[in-house]
Design a binder for this molecule. Structure first.
Ligand SMILES: Cc1cc2nc3c(=O)[nH]c(=O)nc-3n(C[C@H](O)[C@H](O)[C@H](O)COP(=O)(O)O)c2cc1C
Length: 338
């Protein structure tokens, strides 16, 4: 059963570098598939600047920022040097080992128009394994623009978006998925998923709450009903915070995989069976984050999440107030050892 990592929107470039670093960490601890944060497809297609700031991935040791449009030259970061030679970049890729590549990678888009989504999908297809349409974000800014959770009420539009991506991306193995929330009337969710299936969707991720629900219990029965109503894989999402939760979700719903967000932020080694973030994982984050040139705020924030369950309030007060990478490393060495 695949373990999936899901994350979020609206970020300056340093945040996408940060997401890439975090994806590298969770992949080390048995996360099988990673999603990018949600990217607004229309913004993404509007300018190469937007593409550079919204999407960063790598192949082996090369890091790629943005996407390859016909007339554009790529920025490739290799051993911290920018190479702006597209031929060199192509040759480089052929030589690189894919062992530490950021794959499998699903790029998640917010979109409300088939053509734009298809263009965005075709731009990222060479660097990823699939695109996902966000039909679950309940935030007001998103639904006001016709993105996210409001799309669960537009099954025909969702179907058209899936079809358009399918016909635009040539690779038949490239996945086209949707991430949804459920309706109060579950028949509508089943209808949405069946229409998506008929349009050629590869799988559906179901966050088992309605668009209005926040902290209410996840409706596992609803996820099971959806799973029983379609033949494509279904991924369950919501409140998976340990490997035990993965198992109980599976037993309850018989889904094909689970997606986790907050559980992995708190414990990136969760899918590998650790109850709390192991020290090894903390040091792995330090290594990976420094290797990627992760800015301090992001580096520190992730550690704050990871240490929350394993530190006392007094320790947290000291740790959270640290303001430099060296102070953080000194604190970790002194408090936990290396
Ligand atoms: C910090 C953060 C960022 C998120 N960003 C996204 C996102 O970009 N796209 C998305 O579909 N869901 C996003 N979500 C929602 C999660 O994917 C997930 O549906 C929700 O948090 C419930 O799952 P969980 O209990 O595993 O956290 C985000 C959640 C969190 C906490």
């Amino acid at each position: 059963m695949p373990n999936v990592c899901g994350a979020r929107r609206n970020h300056p470039p340093y945040v996408t570098i940060c997401r890439l670093a975090f994806r590298s960490l969770v992949r080390k601890y048995d996360c099988d598939v990673c999603f990018t944060p949600m990217i607004i497809a229309a913004d993404f297609m509007r300018s190469s600047k937007a593409r550079d700031s919204e999407f960063t991935t790598n192949r082996g040791k090369a890091q790629v920022t943005g996407t390859k449009a016909e007339s554009e030259i790529f920025r490739v970061v290799f051993k911290n040097r920018y190479l702006v030679e597209s031929m060199l970049y192509r040759n480089l890729w052929l030589l690189l080992s894919h062992s530490s590549a950021d794959r499998p990678l699903v790029v998640q888009f917010a979109a409300n128009d088939p053509q734009t989504l298809a263009e965005a999908a075709s731009a990222v297809a060479p660097f990823s394994d699939g695109v996902d349409l966000n039909c679950g974000c309940p935030q007001r800014w998103a639904t006001a623009e016709g993105y996210g959770a409001c799309l669960i009420n537009e099954p025909e539009l969702v179907r058209d978006m899936i079809r358009q991506v399918r016909s635009r991306v040539e690779n038949p193995k490239y996945s086209v998925s949707i991430k949804i929330r459920i309706h109060k009337d579950l028949r509508r969710t089943v209808d949405l998923c069946q229409k998506a299936e008929m349009a050629g969707v590869s799988w559906v991720t179901v966050h088992g709450r309605t668009a209005e629900e926040r902290h209410q219990p996840v409706h596992y029965d609803a996820i099971k009903t959806i799973k029983d109503s379609v033949s494509i894989p279904v991924i369950a999402n919501g409140d998976v915070k340990s490997l035990k939760d993965v198992e109980s979700t599976y037993l309850h719903t018989r889904v094909d995989g689970v997606m986790a967000a907050r559980g992995l932020l708190a414990n990136p080694a969760m899918f590998a069976g650790y109850e709390n973030t192991p020290l090894e994982c903390v040091w792995d984050w330090v290594d990976i984050a420094l290797e990627h040139g992760t800015p301090f705020t992001c580096f520190h924030h992730h550690l704050i999440y990871m240490l929350e369950r394993v530190s006392s309030p007094a320790e947290r007060r000291v740790f959270n107030a640290l303001s430099s990478t060296s102070a953080v490393i000194d604190y970790l060495r002194h408090t936990y050892g290396s």
